[in-house]
Design a binder for this molecule. Structure first.
Ligand code: SAM
Ligand code: SF4
Ligand code: F3S
Length: 439
């Protein structure tokens, strides 16, 4: 029997792909290696959303070249978003000739056959489908988490935000049929899952490509009705497609958690338009107001990009001002990274790294202060936490998340893992809360 090791880069979509790759390999007779160095097959499932993500993969491939020189039978497979870009496979062939198999985003399910081909023919193989095929259902899956599960509801994206590579490497939006999603979640619940995260690049446009008129609100209603399921999360929500009807639906579904990840990207209308986001700052602020009115206590997180081509200091001030006005619970902040093939990579006014860095730093300073104040307001409260396991930073303690997606660390016995417990918050930091099990 041969063993495998998978390293996943990028977003939750990729994390979920990683679970499918593990499932496919186990079905084909492989077992999970105890460490990367001991594996017979190493799979890097990559991301290319920013240049940094690609550099990480090449860094790891350098390390694997040394490992392979000691273990010539090692098979290295690289695939996912990075290799799906035009010309990427050729570049990888040149820069990393020790890679045995290159696959794309659309042919994951072929991985076992492709690995067999590599082993039989003893030569490198590259198979990348240029275009997405129909949604493939029924793939095996080896889930990484116990009581929490990722469930993809749609693949790809139709939005073409001008900075973003995702629509090019993940193809057009394809929704899974609601029946398939419900079946999958029922099976997960039977397997002990309490919380599902519904995944899509834009969950709010779920169902637009299906014929039965189902939309994201209908899907949430059906998932909410599954007995035994306790919590429903969803991401990512595109502000443009977040209708009042959907806000109302969410507000009355008891299992849908009080958290929304609502990327705004920028606070300047001029930049939002250049980004092709399809909304204004005024619209966004109004949406935030509505969400807070209908769903009291909702936590709102976002993504922000600084240094978009042509972004002036005034534009950037608009972003800072929006961040102050909204008071996000947390924000993922990025420096604009030009991606080949996207519109923004060719726009005039590309900014020097120094300017981007300095703006990122100022933005993070503002947001970190807000995150801390928001967390401090929770001290003294008793919050429901789904216990995930030992804390990564403090393995003596347990960690889990509140319905509002706040990370909580607290002492407690291991048999709480996988359960919902009430935790009294005793201390707040910028990125986490500390507490004790409420008696
Ligand atoms: N579909 C989601 C959305 O609409 O927000 C997530 C897309 S992407 C996987 C996650 C985040 O990466 C985006 O929200 C954006 O802030 C950031 N991002 C995408 N392309 C980028 C680029 N070229 N440079 C910097 N950040 C980028
Ligand atoms: Fe990229 Fe925009 Fe699609 Fe999100 S909505 S994946 S940012 S193109
Ligand atoms: Fe995700 Fe990166 Fe691909 S963010 S969709 S893995 S480009």
């Amino acid at each position: 029997m041969k063993s495998y090791w998978i390293k996943v880069y990028g977003c939750q979509m990729n994390e979920r792909d990683g679970e499918i790759i593990a499932g496919l390999l186990e079905e084909a007779g492989y077992y999970k290696a105890p460490a990367m160095e001991e594996a017979d097959v190493i799979v890097l499932h990559t991301c290319c959303v920013r240049e940094k993500a690609e550099n990480k993969v090449y860094g790891r491939l350098g390390q694997l070249a040394r490992l392979k020189s000691k273990k010539p039978d090692l098979v290295i497979a690289v695939g996912g978003c990075m290799t799906q870009q035009p010309g990427a496979a050729e570049k990888m062939r040149e820069k990393a000739p020790h890679v045995d198999l290159i696959y794309g985003t659309h042919n994951l399910h072929e991985l076992p056959q492709l690995l067999k081909k590599v082993e039989e023919e003893r030569r490198p193989v590259a198979v990348i489908w240029e275009k997405e095929g129909p949604v493939v259902e029924g793939l095996p899956l080896r889930r990484a988490h116990g009581a929490k599960a990722l469930v993809t509801i749609s693949y790809g994206c139709n939005n073409f935000c001008t900075y973003c590579i995702v629509p090019y490497v993940r193809g057009r939006e394809r929704s899974r049929r609601p029946e398939d999603i419900i079946e999958e979640i029922k099976a997960l619940v039977a397997d002990g899952v309490l919380e599902v995260m519904l995944l899509g690049q834009n969950v709010n446009s779920y169902g637009k490509d299906l014929e039965d008129g189902v939309d994201f609100g209908n899907l949430l209603e059906r998932v909410n009705a599954i007995p035994g399921l306790q919590r429903i999360r969803y991401m990512t929500s595109h502000p443009r497609d977040f209708t009042l009807k959907l806000v109302e639906t969410i507000s009355r579904l008891d299992k849908v958690c009080e958290h929304v990840h609502l990327p705004v990207q920028a606070g300047s209308n001029r930049v939002l338009e250049l980004m092709n986001r399809g909304y204004t700052r005024e619209y966004y602020l109004e949406l935030v107001k509505t969400l807070r009115q209908y769903i009291p206590g909702i936590s709102i997180t976002t993504d922000l990009i600084v240094g978009f081509p042509g972004e002036t200091e005034d534009d950037f001030q608009d972003t800072l001002d929006l961040v102050e006005q909204v008071q996000f619970d947390n924000a993922f902040t990025f420096m604009f990274s030009p991606r080949k093939g996207t519109v923004a990579a060719t726009l005039p006014g590309q900014l020097p790294l120094e300017v981007k860095k300095e703006r990122l730093y100022r933005l993070m300073e503002v947001q970190n202060r807000i995150s801390r104040v928001k967390n401090e307001a929770l001290v003294g409260q008793e919050l429901e936490v789904l216990v995930e396991g030992p804390s990564e930073t403090d393995p003596e303690k347990l960690s889990g998340r509140t319905r509002t997606n706040k990370l909580v660390i607290f002492p407690g016995p291991e048999d709480l893992v996988g359960k919902l417990v009430k935790v009294k918050i005793t201390q707040a930091q910028t990125f986490l809360l500390k507490g004790e099990v409420a008696s």
